[in-house]
Design a protein. Structure first.
Length: 257
């Protein structure tokens, strides 16, 4: 059972078109354009670039945030829907997934995937919105997730505070993000992979090398997971915790309202 939100087409000004190859999270329209350009090949590219490890990481996020089997899951920066769909597949009883992304093309890809997922017993809603301004009532959501998205958000603190606002008391928030390993040898190999293979494979699979150069830099330059956890604590989250995955290539940060 699916509920659809009307999506407004994204109109690009001449200035925005000129910047489509210059991606900067401080100019959100450029990030929106970037994800629009790679949406159709996003899943296939992720599978290759992560060596399929992202599927394990996604399952870990679900296990660490939905242990109470919440009736509603809000998945922010949902992309093509992997997190929400994986959760719904595990639930024998009807649940609700609210899938939020500011990229219309990503949401369209998620809708097409949903048609092939055998999820008719569940309720799925698609929301085109900014994760810094969630169009939901305060204290209305029992669980929220965000995978590989917060490093692309202009103001992570504002986003975390907004998630805190919409969560009900006792609600859980889980962030899954690509991070930098601490092991010296793994750190060297990880750095080389990001700087060389990531842009090359990205160009080969999506014809947009600039997008994957941006993504490489976004991983390399983003704040440490300790800082993200501190932001959650300052926003009011309790019982915060971190879980390093695959030697620290990815990290899950969780907190409870």
């Amino acid at each position: 059972m699916r509920q659809k939100y009307k999506l407004q087409p994204m109109r690009k000004t001449g200035k925005q078109r000129q910047k489509m190859k210059s991606y900067n999270r401080d100019e959100p329209e450029t990030i929106q354009a970037m994800f629009s350009s790679i949406a159709k090949n996003y899943d296939r590219t992720n599978a290759v670039l992560s060596l399929q490890m992202h599927k394990k990481w996604n399952r870990e996020l679900i296990q660490n945030t939905t242990y109470n089997q919440p009736q509603t899951l809000l998945d922010l920066c949902c992309g093509t829907g992997d997190i929400a769909f994986a959760y719904l597949h595990e639930m024998p009883e009807q649940k609700q997934a609210l899938m939020l992304d500011f990229c219309e093309e990503m949401l369209e890809c998620a809708k097409h995937k949903a048609d092939k997922q055998n999820l008719d017993r569940h309720q799925i809603s698609y929301i085109k919105a900014d994760a810094q301004n969630i169009p939901l009532v305060s204290g209305s959501i029992p669980c929220a997730t965000m995978a590989y998205g917060i490093r692309n958000i202009q103001d992570p603190v504002k986003c975390i505070r907004e998630v805190y606002r919409v969560l009900e008391p006792g609600g859980v928030f889980g962030i899954l993000e690509l991070t930098r390993p601490s092991n010296p040898l793994m750190k060297i190999g990880h750095c080389l992979y990001l700087k060389t293979m990531l842009p090359i494979l990205g160009k080969w699979m999506t014809s947009n090398q600039a997008a994957y150069k941006y993504l490489q830099k976004s991983i390399d330059k983003f704040i440490p997971s300790d800082t993200l956890e501190k932001m959650m604590i300052e926003a009011g989250f309790k019982k915060t915790a971190q879980k390093k995955l695959t030697g620290g290539i990815a990290t899950i940060i969780t907190g409870v309202k």
